[in-house]
Design a protein around this ligand. Structure first.
Ligand SMILES: NC(=O)c1ccc[n+]([C@@H]2O[C@H](COP(=O)([O-])OP(=O)(O)OC[C@H]3O[C@@H](n4cnc5c(N)ncnc54)[C@H](OP(=O)(O)O)[C@@H]3O)[C@@H](O)[C@H]2O)c1
Length: 337
């Protein structure tokens, strides 16, 4: 089978086209013909070697993939060849809380990912693709969408009528926008680009702020909310935005701590957290159970993920370069024909 792997060293110049034997299913597994994969900012960190400098190579990249089952292990009865499925980010995190054993199986990290023609996956981890979604659309769900779902509804306890702050127009934030709208939240979204803000407004964002033009965007959030601050923030900016987020979030508000787009370490104004009794909850994608609940909502609302661009398999390197450019609005997908 054909695949792309990070061959012998970190850095995009070491992303190489390779061949490996096509896997067969072991007991409890199915083999999927992968039809589409999507990229996440995490994959950029993996390639750079900053996600896990001790990761062993070669490694097949990308956590997110969707496809159709081609063969099933002897004891697998729940699936059959031809079924359209999507694979969770953590195939071993079926339900309950995350622990070290469940986290160790994250795809495209210490375990080979989905940028390959065929993948063997434990059968009980898989989810059926919602009927109205294509393989390309389904491949956007495992990391960004489940993370947004967890950050909004599981950890964030978002209620109808509450105010939600989203940062940027990448995968997590645009799923946050779509799910937040679905749940009846008032949405404030920031971006570096006026053109992207216009698109976010067209998708239903109620208030938008250009964080480049207005570096003190947290003050604008306070103005917009009449001084109360927001109820929930999906914090994807990291070190460069967290202190501003703490100022922008209101009393008894929630911060779902998700990303590191502007750095992994920095000073935090602790006083905001305790004086406003904020809840800050770290998010690491989510479980299969969360994915299943999310898919039910996606099906019910016929929600369609926002895809920026689809690249053919042979142009996988260009897809990574496009991610690096941060020009995208929503998800970047690679189709595997
Ligand atoms: N903890 C988890 O489980 C988890 C899961 C998924 C993602 N993440 C993290 O969440 C972050 C977003 O991931 P993603 O895959 O959605 O990224 P992405 O699709 O690559 O989106 C990146 C976008 O974020 C915006 N951005 C960059 N720097 C920003 C800043 N300082 N302030 C506000 N927005 C900024 C930009 O949007 P504009 O061009 O509109 O400015 C940029 O295009 C990453 O740090 C990723 O590692 C964590």
């Amino acid at each position: 089978m054909k695949l792309f792997e990070l061959s012998d060293y970190f850095g995009l110049e070491h992303l190489q086209r390779a061949e490996r034997p096509t896997p067969g299913p072991r007991p409890g597994e199915v083999v999927i013909r992968v039809r589409a994969v999507s990229l996440n900012y995490r994959d950029q960190l993996v390639v750079q070697g900053t996600y896990n400098p001790r990761m062993t190579l070669p490694r097949v990249l990308l956590s997110d993939g969707a496809g159709e089952i081609v063969s099933v292990g002897d004891d697998v009865t729940a699936w059959k060849p031809g079924d359209r499925v999507v694979v969770p980010f953590f195939p071993d995190w079926l339900d309950g809380e995350l622990d070290a054993a469940k986290a160790a199986g994250a795809l495209g990290g210490n375990v080979d990912g989905m940028l390959r023609e065929f993948a063997e996956v434990r059968a009980d981890a898989l989810l059926r693709i919602p009927e109205h979604l294509s393989f390309e659309q389904a491949a956007t769900l495992p990391c960004a969408a489940v993370t947004a779902w967890n950050g909004l509804f599981v950890a964030g306890h978002l209620q109808p009528g509450q105010t939600l702050l989203l940062q940027g127009t990448g995968g997590v934030s645009l799923f946050g926008l779509q799910f937040g709208k679905m749940a009846g939240a008032t949405i404030i979204l920031t971006s570096s680009s006026d053109a992207k803000l216009e698109r976010a407004r067209a998708m239903g964002a109620h208030h938008t702020i250009n964080y480049r033009a207005e570096p003190d965007w947290e003050k604008r959030v306070q103005e917009i909310t009449g001084g109360r601050g927001v109820d929930l923030t999906l914090e994807v900016g990291g070190a460069g935005t967290l202190s501003k987020t703490l100022r922008a979030t209101g009393y008894a508000g929630h911060v779902s701590l998700i990303g590191v787009l502007s750095g992994m370490a920095g000073e935090v104004q602790i006083a905001h957290i305790l004086h406003k009794a904020l809840t800050i909850r770290g998010i690491y994608v989510g479980s299969r159970a969360m994915f299943e609940a999310m898919n039910a909502a996606i099906t019910r609302h016929r929600l369609e993920p926002v895809i920026d661009r689809v690249f053919p398999f042979e142009e996988s390197l260009a897809a990574f370069r496009h991610l690096e450019s941060a020009q995208h609005f929503g998800k970047i997908v690679i189709r595997i024909d």
